[in-house]
Design a protein. Structure first.
Lengths: 340, 340
DNA sequence: CTGAAAGCGCTTACAG
DNA sequence: CTGAAAGCGCTTACAG
């Protein structure tokens, strides 16, 4: 197998094709790109030569000449979070139609790794960038401008005045909290993500608004947004506040962690703890009880974010504001009614 | 924002740095790569110049010269299948340490898309490739040799004589089936993936072996390996064979589909249907009942596959055989005992 | 220890 | 409709 540096056999390039077809290299290029006028006869000769010599285009040469690579980065915190996996799929589908490659980069929610990954991406001179910034992200407006055509997804960052795609988290979270309040719950713990994340802030605001409006005390726990973190957090919370009757899960992993922790304590949902999740997952539908959840339109968010990047690439005007896609509360059966 | 073609301001290259530092371009290159001898004084001058002019390396130029890109492709069927998401994460972690970028490509389990994605990857002249081939994959040994340093993951393909990383599916599946048989089940339906997939073949073989050894009739349904497909399949199976008492789920999505379909029919696990899954997922632990499952060592499989690619790149000998990582059955509570 | 030259594969002006 | 020249940014021999 080839190493990174060995020469190997002389490679097949446009020149090889040109020689075989008896034309010049740029005529080959024209035929291959389908741009400019080429006579039918020449085209056929070239195509035949391409087959004959087994030519395979080299994207690196093309990118170097173009000073841009037809590639967009997707810099997220964790691909094993199903929200991001679904987002990736939706974005990729849009870009593929437009001949753009989506390059997935994991930051592990670590600012240093995030910066490394961005530098890496940036070294390929990509055409655009989609980011869900890390919690303590150190990315600046300049970092992002250096790549260009950047859109934030799900998470935003005050320092970055880029367009973003988010969902109406405050309203959706308020609605979720109100559903619990309406069922008679008063001690409702919100198990959130990292305090510094924009998603936490926005969801927390909705929770607080609902609690304040009803005159009840908010109870908030921050986590690292993972199932393991939420699992120990919910146990701690229930231990310290035995009067908790309901919980809200920040995202799918956190909701999983809440249920796992509850089970660790031999508790049952909804008898011992009512639950509302944020972001749907397949298992929530057939879980016993089925989990009431704020359903985020993940595919729609991905598609919109991709379209915004395409608009930026095409120099179309894009508002540097939050583009909001609505979520809605999906009532299932994880809320126990406390009304008597 | 920049389009793909506009010139923009003159870009900062090694030449810019060289001019600023009063040295030649290849001295800059030497300092940046840390290769060859450079005097301490020169190194400092160059580093200062790099900062002063805001130089950012261009990987495209480097790759063109090297005729290889330090990038390995991961061509899978569906990133929203948590198995692949976890696999991606594990592989990426290994490659990152070695300065290799992992490029994720979705085939949607469609042979045509798979070929397009491989062509795309191949146009970047990557250093290696990891593939879980599509069901009716048309990939040939030549296709793969053209990229080089290829390792198959999870799924294999007879036409491809490449090293592969798999788990001991026949044994693990046999063990899972035997656990059901031991609990007194006789009508056990195996809800598998696509008939043509190697994973289906291998898991089916284990299931058949166990059924044959116990003298009971196998009952097999093939699916498209998605939750939606399995959902309608299990309903159909239970309708046609009302005596079914147990099911085996091919992978996480199929196991989800079985539970969803069971619920659609107002059935309950394990009272109306015992269940064993293949491939663990977080929710299976706290589901009521917790799901008994064959746990695949996904991270380990990913790490091993990555190491094999690294070995191939380094021209180390790698056996073109299946490298097997053991799975084991994790007993939880989704099997109802029928013994009286 | 450092530099001048050449070339990786492609495509963009510029001619004809 | 087609071609000769140049250059995208980098690094590999080859000299000194």
């Amino acid at each position: 197998m080839a190493t990174l540096t060995d020469g190997g056999k002389p490679s097949v390039t446009v020149k090889t094709v040109a020689a075989r077809a008896g034309v010049s290299a740029q005529t080959v290029s024209r035929v291959l790109r389908g741009s400019g006028y080429v006579s039918q006869q020449t085209r056929e000769k070239v195509l035949a030569a391409v087959k004959a010599v087994g030519y395979r285009p080299n994207a690196v040469g093309r990118s170097l000449r173009a000073t841009r690579t037809p590639m967009v980065g997707l810099l997220i915190t964790d691909i094993t979070n199903p929200f991001y996996a679904t987002l990736h799929k939706a974005i990729e589908a849009v870009f593929r139609e437009h001949g753009l490659t989506l390059m997935l980069l994991n930051s592990d929610d670590d600012p240093q790794t995030e910066r490394q990954q961005l530098d890496l991406l940036s070294s390929y001179r990509p055409s655009g960038l989609l980011v869900a910034p890390a919690v303590a992200s150190s990315l600046t407006a300049e970092d992002i401008a250096a790549v260009g055509n950047c859109v934030l997804v799900s998470r935003t960052l005050p320092a970055l005045d880029a367009p973003s795609v988010v969902t109406n988290e405050p309203e959706a979270m308020r609605e979720a909290t109100e559903a619990l309040l309406r069922a008679g719950h008063r001690q409702i713990v919100a198990v959130l993500g990292p305090a510094a994340a924009s998603t936490t802030e926005r969801r927390e605001a909705g929770y607080r608004a609902a609690m304040a409006a009803s005159g009840h005390e908010p109870l908030i726990y921050y986590t690292d947004q993972t199932a393991a973190g939420a699992r120990s957090t919910i146990k701690q919370a229930r231990h310290r506040h035995p009067d908790i009757t309901a919980a809200i899960g920040f995202n799918t992993p956190v909701t999983e962690g809440i249920l796992a922790g509850l089970r660790d304590q031999d508790g049952h949902c909804p008898d011992d703890l009512s639950l509302v999740g944020f972001t749907d997952a397949p298992w929530m539908e057939f879980h016993q009880p089925p989990i009431t959840v704020v359903r985020q339109p993940v595919e729609e968010m991905g598609a919109l974010a991709a379209e915004l990047v395409l608009d930026l690439i095409d120099d179309k005007p894009v508002a540097k504001t939050a583009h909001t896609v609505p979520s809605r509360l999906l009532h299932r059966q994880s809320i126990r009614s406390l009304s008597r």
